[in-house]
Design a binder for this molecule. Structure first.
Ligand SMILES: C[S@@+](CC[C@H](N)C(=O)[O-])C[C@H]1O[C@@H](n2cnc3c(N)ncnc32)[C@H](O)[C@@H]1O
Length: 783
């Protein structure tokens, strides 16, 4: 794409860079004509959209090689490698390929089922057998293997049925006799056991159906456009919104680890797409929902006794569809042609393709003229000239790819291109990042069950983005750096909950990323302007707050003084708030923010009261001078000392990542923390980060007592910068509780109770699905 950009004449680049949403039809058609005359552009479209150049199509030869490799690894007991080979082979094997008179895919499922059985993954084995049987209903070995897995799972009735089927399809007499013997043993065992059968349980989320009964109203605001507000008083932790995505796509970084439909972490028995090698799914349910065909459509007819009716090959649609019917559009189908563009173009462009195809198919029924009319806001006019050129180019490439590979019946002209450019702009402003909670100590490979869980007691949690989606109704929620609602996801469903009491008429606003306490006001404004092209007008950025004042502050050089020293950038930023929003901050804001703190807040109140004394919209604060006693600090020298100290903390961070922490690294970092503490303000965010790094490092060298103290110090600071019951504190308490448990410290009970309350506030009844680790902590702490 970059090379292509260089070939566009400067005059066209300038015209595109200066375009507004009004003249997109003419700018995009000018660029289109220019590109169509470039052989490099034609070549690019051929590479992306022509099936002859496809790298994402099925390939029998490669599948057979991988199968062979898997068999060899299995024989030498290299099970992880065998699993990798079989799964890869399944991904590339054509559904109609035959190997030694058997459907190749069915054989591969069976081989993988045998491997799973060998390593004790019984439900995975059972599911792979089912898949082999649904392709090849008379596959005696698959019935037999399934019978064995059912025996080990205690499902004797099913096992008897499986062995009977295996016996009837087995051709050799010896084989039949062998199965008969096993069958008799099972029948005996069945009589003598009362063991409960283990039920296969696919994607069961208990409280998926929590109703959302609150009515919200759409409001219009002068500074943020449309927004959502409450129509009644809403208690904390209430569900205010629930929605299925209009369109969704997995992020490139998660393609190998998460299901391309529901975005849950893939299990070891991944299910491939039936037509191309790009997506992996966690189940046939997801594979079919995405637009794939059921495996039973590829039934192997070789040697089949057609009359046999197999009652066990059916699919289970356990997730959302039964209880909560959702509109389902086969969103991968038009990409599923083995061509390269869905794998190569950026995720938001492939998402735009999904929306175009979906809305065009719906357009036939609604007879709208717009190619795609989501009715969402966008910020095309505010973006940079480079971004405008990029949007133009991607819109042209996407429409050409859709037309070339999928036969999308749409003239590529100024009108369709301008609508596509606006669509991509809407996606950039309105799409939500779907996140999943990840325990940092999760083993990255699929052999989760094989690794020890003994080290889990020093775990911590983080949120990782896995997908990007458009939720049409939720796009109307505005951003606040001090949000009063919180969004999270179960499978593809978006849930939004209040995190505090919200009174009637109050705007409901979530955070698009940055929050007060996480970074200072200038950083938040920069992030939102860069990513979403708007200048934030939320209360966090328009009213003074303690976090923004102390987050990057220095301490007083006078050891007896707990005062605050600010830099000019912070003072300027805070003064700007007052200039732009000359409303007096309310005194009680500071007080309520500090309620419940048992911390020494004298210095913070100093800052607050000083800030409140502003006159003519300016703060009377001198950079470099203590706000309490007026003593001067040399800020240049302080910066130098901090940078040097921080280099030791950075070294420690690297050592933590490589899990190789030497005594010297730890000692240097401890000394560096001393310098940070004596130079920076007690509530400076960098001190919290350094404390947290030391806590992690001490955990790794198993000095849990030191780890606990550093972890507590870090939490103390964060509780001041955020709300004490903010979700960030919940994550930190997970770390503290796990360290306390490692020390048999009874205080772990308080920590787990506290984190339980915080998570319940953010996730309501879904807490155990989102943070299953907290259940484990609670159980151990209360034991
Ligand atoms: C996802 S949309 C929210 C709904 C939007 N207000 C509308 O009218 O459709 C995001 C856009 O809303 C506006 N917006 C949201 N939060 C804002 C804030 N805190 N300050 C200023 N503008 C905001 C910006 O224009 C942003 O690009």
């Amino acid at each position: 794409m970059e090379k292509l950009k260089c070939l566009v004449p400067e005059s066209i680049k300038r015209m595109v860079g200066e375009s507004s949403d009004e003249d997109l039809a003419s700018t995009s058609s000018t660029l289109l004509h220019c590109l169509l005359n470039l052989p490099q552009f034609q070549q690019m479209i051929d590479d992306l959209a022509d099936s002859k150049n496809s790298l994402c199509g099925k390939n029998k030869k490669v599948a057979l090689e991988l199968k062979q490799k898997g068999n060899e690894s299995y024989l030498t007991a290299e099970y992880a490698s065998a699993l990798e080979s079989y799964s890869q082979a399944l991904r590339v094997a054509p559904m109609d390929a035959v190997d030694m008179d058997k459907n190749l895919v069915a054989t591969l499922f069976l081989n993988r089922a045998s491997l799973f059985h060998k390593i004790g993954f019984l439900t995975e084995s059972l599911r792979d057998c089912k898949r082999a049987i649904s392709i090849s209903p008379t596959y005696a070995k698959a019935w037999y293997r399934r019978g064995k897995a059912n025996v080990d799972l205690g499902n004797f009735k099913d096992a008897v049925n499986d062995f009977n089927n295996a016996k009837s399809f087995e051709l050799s007499l010896d084989g039949k006799r062998h199965i008969e013997t096993e069958l008799n043993i099972i029948l005996e065992r069945q009589k003598s056991t009362s063991r409960m059968a283990v039920q296969e349980n696919e994607n069961c989320f208990g409280h998926f159906d929590e109703p959302c009964q609150l009515k919200l109203s759409q409001v219009s605001t002068p500074d943020k456009g449309r927004g959502m507000a409450s129509q009644c008083d809403i208690p904390q932790a209430s569900l205010v919104h629930k929605e299925e995505p209009y369109a969704l796509i997995i992020l490139k970084s998660c393609r190998e680890t998460h299901c391309h439909y529901c975005l849950n972490q893939l299990r070891a028995d991944t299910v491939p797409c039936t037509s191309c090698t790009i997506p992996l799914y966690c189940s046939e349910h997801c594979q079919i929902q995405a637009g794939g065909e059921p495996f039973s459509n590829f039934q192997d007819k070789i040697g089949t006794k057609e009359s046999h009716s197999h009652s066990h090959g059916e699919y289970k649609f356990a997730l959302c569809s039964d209880s909560n019917p959702i509109e389902c559009f086969p969103e991968h189908k038009h990409e599923c042609l083995g061509v390269n563009w869905p794998a190569i173009l950026p995720s938001d462009i492939v998402l735009a393709g999904r929306i175009l195809v979906k809305s065009t198919s719906q357009r036939c029924s609604t007879e709208s003229n717009a190619l795609c009319d989501l009715g969402l806001s966008h910020s095309y006019t505010q973006i940079t000239p480079e971004s405008k050129l990029e949007l133009h180019m991607y819109a042209i490439v996407l429409l050409c790819c859709l037309q070339h590979s999928f036969g999308f019946e749409l003239p590529i002209n100024g009108v369709s291109l301008s609508q596509t450019i606006i669509l991509i702009s809407q996606i950039r402003v309105n799409s939500m990042a779907i996140v999943r909670m990840k325990s940092v100590d999760d083993p990255p490979d699929q052999f989760r069950k094989l690794t020890s869980v003994g080290d889990a007691l020093t775990s911590s949690l983080e949120q990782v983005p896995v997908g990007q989606a458009i939720y049409k109704a939720a796009s109307l929620f505005n951003h606040s750096c001090l949000p009063n609602i919180h969004a999270y996801f179960l499978s593809r469903t978006l849930f939004i909950r209040t995190t505090e009491y919200v009174s009637t008429g109050c705007p409901l606003e979530l955070s698009y990323g940055p929050q007060v306490g996480q970074s200072d006001c200038e950083d938040r404004l920069r992030y939102l302007a860069d990513k979403y092209s708007f200048r934030c007008q939320c209360r966090g950025c328009s009213q003074l707050n303690l976090s923004d004042l102390v987050l990057n502050a220095f301490c007083c050089v006078n050891h007896n003084c707990a005062g605050v020293v600010l830099e000019s950038t912070i003072i300027n930023g805070e003064t700007r708030k007052l200039n732009n929003f000359p409303r007096a901050p309310e005194k009680q804001k500071f007080d309520s923010h500090l309620q419940g703190h048992k911390l020494n807040i004298v210095d913070i109140n100093d800052v607050a009261s000083l800030a409140l004394k502003f006159n003519n919209s300016s703060l009377h604060i001198q950079p470099g001078f203590c706000l309490h006693c007026g003593t001067h600090r040399d800020l240049d020298a302080s910066h130098e000392a901090i940078n040097k100290a921080w280099s030791y903390i950075k070294r420690l961070q690297e050592a933590i990542i490589s899990k190789d922490i030497s005594g010297t690294t730890l000692l240097d970092a401890s000394r560096a923390l001393g310098i940070l503490r004596s130079t920076l303000h007690a509530y400076n965010k960098s001190v919290a980060e350094a404390e947290d790094n030391l806590a992690q490092a001490f955990c790794l060298v198993r000095d849990f007592q030191s780890a606990r103290e550093h972890c507590k110090e870090s939490i103390k600071i964060l509780q001041t910068l955020y709300d004490p019951d903010h979700i960030v504190i919940g994550y930190e308490l997970v770390k503290l509780a796990s360290i306390q448990l490692s020390l048999d410290d009874p205080a772990a009970v308080d920590s787990t109770n506290h984190l339980g309350l915080i998570f319940a506030r953010y996730f309501g009844p879904h807490v155990d699905f989102i943070v299953p680790y907290q259940q484990f902590l609670k159980r151990v702490a209360h034991r």
